[in-house]
Design a protein around this ligand. Structure first.
Ligand code: NAD
Length: 423
């Protein structure tokens, strides 16, 4: 992954935030508090110490985590993050969000997440390969195609997934593609996976416009973050007639009120590493994009972009959360009070895990789908998840975030009630 994703500005406990979100939605559903206790806490959190021999012959010990928040609806599913700020608290929060995200889009997965506390920029490719393989070897009895399926996240990519697949396969003595998703196409990756999250953002924005009586064609948008999610969302929204007038990345931002040439900007970023200095634009900061007079604001970078300090300045009609956790709970209340329509992260960016599910299905069947088939099925899933969430929001008169949590919790709890609690 490109760019700097830092969680330094995150509150002391991100997991406490998720717990708050779950408690609130569960109380509106009138769920038995004992069941709420079961669904709140991760079922399994594993910490591994990973001694790695560095290129110079010395040893360093890294800490890795894998959290399975829930396997009620299927194998735990969630990415593996390499970042110096990774903590157990953060991995638990991200694993919990995965449970609710998979339930919102109604795919048969639970929630999981992994992380290694490391700055990958300080390691050689060889050292990163060792670290990844050692992590997998230590978690052999935790991950697996039937139990827990990792995927890329911040600072991990197709190459990392290839190492995971290979290490696992060597130990189980056969090639096991379905142990991980987000793989290179040549070894069982899915067509459409790279664009899936951005495509989901475009689809949910389109659905929101329909509900709000807004015309997507001619609508304006500002985007914070121009990596995998932000650039694909920008490209697909522009193809739908949306005018993207501002984009930022970790180095700075660009504004053109007549609309940015997104394919040109993508090419420019590939050449220069940043949006900064793109021809025909003036500079703009994140804070200015947040306060921009646009129809749609898309946070697609890091956590906690919209906080109590700037939520009041948001003028967009729709906030579409491409990133995970871009809005703090306090800011959420302010946006809702202002009548801004929030497409919450666990719905808005669920396109990625949905196509990961398709990849897992294709691997298990031993067959690959065409890109049109993948995109068509993704559209069906996203449109239906949006409609389900919107229905709950209307019925309970809550915002889309609370509705998404209510929908997801209901789906998880209903399965628990049918399976029973094995005690
Ligand atoms: P990425 O690394 O490809 O891109 C991140 C972008 O954010 C880069 O353009 C980077 O320059 C920019 N950025 C970083 N710090 C910034 C700052 N301070 N101000 C402005 N821009 C900044 O990552 P990505 O895959 O696009 O992920 C972005 C977000 O979407 C993350 O929250 C991630 O967890 C979430 N997400 C990604 C996927 C996926 O499939 N890639 C799926 C679901 C959620």
């Amino acid at each position: 992954m490109k760019g700097e994703i830092t969680s330094k500005e995150m509150p002391m406990s991100v997991f406490a935030n998720v717990v708050k979100q779950v408690d609130h939605a569960a109380s509106l559903l009138g769920i038995d508090p004992m069941l709420v206790e079961i669904i709140k806490m991760p079922r399994r959190s594993v910490i591994v110490k990973l001694p790695i021999q560095m290129d110079d012959g010395s040893f360093r010990v890294f800490t890795g985590y894998r959290v399975q928040h829930s396997i009620v609806r299927g194998p735990a599913k969630g990415g593996l993050r390499f970042h110096p700020d990774v903590t157990l608290d953060e991995v638990q929060a991200l694993a919990s969000w995965m449970t609710w995200k998979c339930a919102v889009v109604n795919i048969p997965f639970g929630g999981g997440k992994g992380g290694i506390t490391v700055d990958p920029k300080t390691l050689s490719k060889h050292e990163l390969e060792h670290l990844t393989r050692r992590y997998v070897a230590d978690l052999l009895d935790v991950i697996g195609p039937e139990s827990d399926v990792p995927a890329p996240d911040v600072n991990t990519n197709e190459q990392t997934m290839a190492w995971i697949m290979d290490t696992y396969s060597m130990h189980v003595r056969h090639t096991e593609s379905a142990v991980v998703t987000g793989k290179p196409l040549i070894m069982g990756g899915s067509l459409g996976r790279r664009e899936a999250t951005g495509r989901g953002v475009m689809l949910t924005v389109r659905e929101a416009c329909k509900r709000l009586g807004m015309n997507l064609k001619g609508a304006t948008a500002g985007i914070v973050g121009f990596g995998n999610v932000g650039s694909v969302a920008a490209d697909l929204l522009q193809k739908e007639g949306v005018k993207i007038i501002a984009v930022t990345d970790v180095m700075g931002g660009v504004l053109n009120r007549k609309g940015l040439d997104i394919p040109g900007l993508i090419k420019y970023v590939a050449e220069t590493g940043s949006v900064v200095g793109f021809a025909g634009t003036t500079p703009i900061s994140n804070e200015e994009v947040v306060a921009l007079d646009v129809d749609v604001l898309i946070p697609a970078a890091l956590e906690n972009l919209i906080t109590a300090a700037n939520a009041d300045k948001v003028r967009a009609k729709i906030v579409a959360e491409g990133a995970n956790g871009p809005t703090t709970p306090d800011a959420d209340e302010i946006l809702t009070r202002k009548g801004i329509f929030i497409i919450p992260d666990i719905l808005c960016n669920a396109g990625g895990v949905t196509v990961s599910y398709f990849e897992w299905v294709q691997n298990r069947v031993g067959y690959s789908w065409t890109e049109d088939e993948v995109n068509g099925r993704l559209e069906l899933v996203m449109v239906s998840a949006f409609a389900d969430t919107y229905r709950v929001a209307q019925e309970y008169k809550v915002n889309m975030r609370v509705a998404a949590f209510m929908l997801a919790i209901r789906r998880v709890v209903d399965v628990i009630l049918l399976r029973g609690v094995y005690a």
